[in-house]
Design a protein around this ligand. Structure first.
Ligand code: SAM
Ligand code: DTB
Ligand code: SF4
Length: 365
């Protein structure tokens, strides 16, 4: 029976267990539900890049900060198909399409995303989307198109979330996950470490994720990629020991989930990554780019898998392939809802500073 009511004391004690013992514990839990020699591989594709209205302190795609990423409108379906085929040929079982949106809006762009989902589903790949907040109807339409997973991270503890983002609310994230849960689409939700949060914040994030019933089918653990121009540009790289502790603790409190060793791998040694796999990470993002920042080369990853005797997981090994209803047979229509997603808009000093700095840079050009 999966435990959903972990206490702060219990999880903190796990996180702070002497490392050798924690690793042994997590590796043991891992073996009870997973094949330790199989790792799932996902490829990220940014289908709409940059120009985002939100103020997420970690994100290079927020329009208000000055970063050197190149923005793009929504990608064409044919381009997505070509990228999906490339990802499949390189050994990925899942394509995760990300859009720099606050939330999904009914209309042309969403119809195009639904087309992308139908197209990639036909290629026998697991299709994942991360598009911001979604309503129940939008989640149902994604499910009907053949979506396998929806990614929506809680990112941090409810308390620390307020120190990083002022334009979005934690409850909206929980509600979005709830909306996805009303469909057959699996839930992918995790967070980021290295944003200046305390160990207690990391633990509270895990308690929140573990309390979801059912728990998410996949849990990305990202190490912050500190991008110049964002409010978090000066954060120190996450220590490998912190990453191992976080992954091990995630594995213990979310025993069945696929723990994804996500952003931040370019800063990690191969041995460090191997230790993360040992303590229960069983998924990665592959491909030389995450959404906008670098990621290890896929050949390097495959060489690492080979050295460790790891085999990439096949598509739909952990769940059935969803049926994709053709557009013309769809029974669902856009409702044109105007959901009241919250915008707390409290002041976050470092976000204000990064915004002011961006204004200066822009006026100087
Ligand atoms: N716009 C949508 C949203 O915010 O829900 C989807 C895309 S957003 C880029 C997806 C996730 O990427 C974020 O929730 C965050 O966890 C992660 N992320 C973004 N920038 C990151 C960074 N610099 N380092 C690590 N993770 C990051
Ligand atoms: C997740 O947890 N990490 C991915 C994916 N889900 C969407 C995104 C990482 C983004 C890192 C910064 C960038 O490349 O823009
Ligand atoms: Fe926009 Fe998503 Fe980046 Fe926040 S994380 S700024 S919502 S793209």
């Amino acid at each position: 029976m999966t435990k959903h009511n972990w206490t702060r004391e219990e999880v903190l004690a796990l996180y702070n267990t002497p490392l050798m013992e924690l690793m042994y514990k997590a590796a043991t839990v891992h073996r009870e539900s997973h094949d330790p020699n199989t790792v799932q591989v996902s490829t990220l594709l940014s289908i709409k890049t940059g120009g985002c209205s939100e103020d997420c302190g970690y994100c290079p795609q927020a329009a208000r900060y000055h970063t050197d990423i190149e923005g793009n409108d929504l990608m064409s379906v044919s381009h997505v198909k070509a990228q999906a085929l490339r990802a499949k040929a390189s050994g990925s079982s899942r394509l995760c399409m990300g859009a720099a949106w606050r939330n999904v809006k009914d209309g042309e762009d969403f119809e195009q995303v639904l087309d992308m989902v139908r197209t990639v589903n036909k290629l026998d790949m697991e299709v994942c989307c991360t598009l911001g907040m979604v309503t129940e109807n939008q989640a149902k339409r994604l499910a009907e198109a053949g979506l396998y997973a929806y990614n929506h991270n809680l990112d941090s503890s409810e308390e620390y979330y307020k120190e990083v983002i002022s334009t979005r609310g934690y409850q909206d994230r929980l509600d979005t996950i709830d909306n996805v849960r009303k469909t057959n689409v699996t839930v992918c939700s995790g967070g980021i470490i290295g944003m200046g949060e305390s160990v207690e914040d990391r633990v509270d994030l895990l308690i929140q994720l573990a309390s979801l019933s059912p728990q998410p089918e996949s849990t990305p653990i990202n190490a912050l990629v500190a991008v110049e121009g964002t409010p978090l540009e000066d954060q120190k790289p996450v220590e490998i020991w912190d990453m191992i502790r976080m992954i091990a603790t995630t594995r213990i409190v979310l025993p069945k989930t696929q723990v994804r060793l996500s952003a931040g791998r370019t800063q990690m040694s191969k041995e460090g990554q191997a230790m993360c796999f040992f303590v229960g990470a069983n998924s990665i993002f592959a491909g030389d780019k995450l959404l906008t920042t670098p990621n290890p080369d896929v050949n390097e990853d495959m060489a690492l898998f080979e050295a460790l005797g790891i085999t990439p997981q096949k598509p739909f090994e952990k769940g059935d392939k969803p049926t994709s209803v053709p557009k013309d047979d769809s029974e669902l229509v856009p409702l044109g809802e105007k959901p009241k997603w919250t915008r707390p808009d409290h002041k976050i000093e470092r976000n204000e500073q990064a915004k002011a700095k961006a204004k200066l840079v822009r006026s100087a050009h």
